[in-house]
Write a protein that binds this ligand. Sequence first.
Ligand SMILES: Cc1cc2nc3c(=O)[nH]c(=O)nc-3n(C[C@H](O)[C@H](O)[C@H](O)COP(=O)(O)OP(=O)(O)OC[C@H]3O[C@@H](n4cnc5c(N)ncnc54)[C@H](O)[C@@H]3O)c2cc1C
Length: 455
Amino acid sequence: MTTTPGRHPHPDHHSRPHRVVVIGSGFGGLFGTRALRRRDDVEITLVARTAQHLFQPLLYQVATGILSEGEIAPSTREVLARQKNARVILGEVTDIDLEARTVTSELLGQRTVSEYDTLLVAAGAGQSWFGHDEFAEFAPGMKSVDDALELRGRIFGAFEIAELATTDEDVRRALTFVVVGAGPTGVEMAGQIAELASRTLKHDFRRIDPTQAHVILLDAADTVLPSFGERLGGAARRRLTEMGVDVRTGSMVTDVDESGLTYKDREGHEVRVEALTKMWAAGVQASPLGRQLAEQSDAELDRAGRVKVDPDLTLPGHPEVFVVGDMISLDDLPGVAQVAIQGARFAAKQVTHRLDGRPTDERFTYRDKGSMATVSRFSAVASIGRLRFSGFVAWLLWLGVHIVYIIGFKNRVTTLLHWAVSFLGRGRAERVATEQQVFARRAIKAAGEDLRDAG
Ligand SMILES: Cc1cc2nc3c(=O)[nH]c(=O)nc-3n(C[C@H](O)[C@H](O)[C@H](O)COP(=O)(O)OP(=O)(O)OC[C@H]3O[C@@H](n4cnc5c(N)ncnc54)[C@H](O)[C@@H]3O)c2cc1C
């Protein structure tokens, strides 16, 4: 069945609302839609393949049992319920036709075609295993709620397997956790697994000692948190080392399998690590929709598949198409939430200026509001303008900023409660791993078979 939700019955072009189609319900898509909320003359159709707006910066807390998935992923429909000029459609966008000005999406075999006057593409980026997609099965990435829940299953499951293991070697393998990529996500994950082992699970097992868990943070680069500069990267590295995290920089992963991984060290020697749980936080690849845009226009793609947009965030030759967030390549802008939010608000402003017959801005200017990463409870690093903070002050800043950006009052309250439980106490409220976390279960099952064979 084909429907045209964006089509308006009025034949008179000038009297019908201006149709904006937004692709994505992440930071770019949601903030762009909200920026147009006061315009009665605009009709927005937001198409996304998940029914939620995902707050990716806190995915690592879902993976390590601090927060529930609902707290970081409110329903987009609920968030936009009062915005009468916006309609939400669930579906995977399969086709963008720049000439016909349509977006085709699919849900369970049902095709929907949405017509647009202006298109805002904010489809984000996925994980990249640098040409080794086969690693993904053993070292999942961290981009979606599914990824976080799968990792939760693997992390908590590894302690269960260790408790059952009969040889020291198997216990060691089950209690070794390798995080690949020492950017913010990798640092946060490594710190959280270390804290989970040393605080939360400390008294929960009878045969194993969870505090003996070995957390390894690997990166091909020589520094931790390179985008934060030497001083803060060094502070994060020291804090991680104090917590017992084994930081191995200058280490390039060459192979990943069920029972461990291999990397090349600085001297070019191959090193093998036996580890049941691996996670990948190393590379990104822009949405494949970028390629569709490039193939139909003069836009080029960079190596990560990002679209080289014009300075006003439009597609070359297509002033009616804006591309924002993780999908764009412009002035070395980083793949962070603020680039997506500010880009989407800028695009919305251009749309309203055009409708009002006012001059539009020639270029998008990004205001860097700073960046931060937590290393452990009460310890973070933050870089704001020329100011650099590390330790407790940075952690307080992190706390404040995240509370402001979490969507919805209810989510703020429950998140704060969960943080109190985990940071002031030892507990983690969200340790459930269900039957449906199939891959995690499969990995645990395979490891169990290995154990039986060995026994
Ligand atoms: C684990 C992690 C931690 C992070 N931590 C931080 C941080 O601390 N600070 C920070 O500033 N940034 C952080 N980031 C980066 C930040 O989340 C991104 O820069 C931001 O989400 C980009 O926004 P976006 O709108 O471009 O894409 P996204 O927020 O990724 O949204 C993309 C949207 O498009 C939808 N979509 C994709 N393809 C299709 C399709 N074919 N059809 C329909 N819908 C589609 C997706 O479902 C999603 O709704 C982190 C990212 C990750 C993964």
